[in-house]
Design a binder for this molecule. Structure first.
Ligand SMILES: [Zn+2]
Ligand SMILES: [Zn+2]
Length: 261
């Protein structure tokens, strides 16, 4: 069984539980390693991200938990760094690089807040064209390793979060496919693993993980690596649905956390 999960959030950012509650839940699930990945400070997103002082307290609390639980579970202090954040990632043991915003005409447009906010952005800044919006998103994603120097590429196609049953756009549309392929063609040579992220499943937005099945196939066909993560915002969703994907992902799936760190 995959007994590590490196993508989790706590009350220090937009999660529901304390770090220690997360550790106890991970122990109860028989896990050997839990990584915290609080949203690093971003001035344009103070609601969801840690403050500068909050991030220092987060690191101190996780350092204390490492000692307290030593020998029982390995605890790692990471960060989920948004593409547009210029905060330092030096104090962290690993970095998940994620794009949550598209920058357009000087505005920061959040792609994963609510369907209404996404639709408004498409209407106001992209003339109602979801494909132009997706192209802007994937162009940003294509640069995420370069910009954030991440160890793991977060939720590659987050732009599809509200598109269950393709209610907003057609994911087989040639422009959509060309946009994600171009991003993968630029990211694959970086050699960083792509998350198979079950966060939108546990929160009821999607019935399958990010990235979509065709993207996963493309990554595997081109020698890319995959890492399961839950993007948990509560203790009960740690390691969510990992068992469903563990076998199916075969050799491409990272099974030893040492391969990432
Ligand atoms: Zn994220
Ligand atoms: Zn996250």
């Amino acid at each position: 069984m995959i007994s590590f999960d490196l993508h989790t959030h706590t009350v220090y950012c937009d999660g529901k539980n304390s770090p220690e509650e997360m550790v106890r839940a991970a122990l109860a699930k028989g896990m050997t390693c839990l990584g915290f990945s609080g949203h690093g400070y971003a001035p344009y997103d103070t609601d969801c991200c840690m403050s500068v002082e909050g991030a220092a307290a987060y690191r101190a609390e996780i350092a204390a938990l490492k000692e307290k639980y030593a020998g029982r579970i390995r605890i790692l202090c990471g960060v989920e760094q948004d593409y547009w954040s210029d905060g330092s990632t030096t104090p962290y043991e690993y970095v998940i690089g994620s794009v949550h915003y598209i920058k357009k005409d000087g505005e920061m447009l959040c792609v994963d807040n609510t369907p209404e906010i996404a639709r408004l952005a498409v209407d106001q800044f992209f003339g109602g064209d979801w494909y132009t919006y997706a192209e802007a998103y994937f162009e940003t994603v294509s640069d995420v390793v370069n910009k954030t120097k991440c160890d793991i590429i977060g939720h590659f196609d987050l732009v599809s979060k509200f598109n269950e049953k393709e209610r907003l756009f057609d994911e087989s549309h040639p422009r959509y496919v060309a946009a994600w392929r171009a991003a993968l063609d630029r990211l694959l040579p970086c050699g960083k693993p792509f998350e198979v992220n079950t966060g939108a499943m546990s929160r009821g937005w999607r019935t399958a993980p990010y990235p979509g099945a065709e993207m996963i196939a493309y990554i595997r066909d081109h020698g890319g690596r995959l890492i399961l993560s839950s993007d948990s915002h509560s203790a009960k969703t740690i390691r969510h649905a990992f068992d469903r994907y563990e076998d199916a992902l075969g050799e491409s799936l990272i099974r030893n956390v040492e391969e990432v760190l």
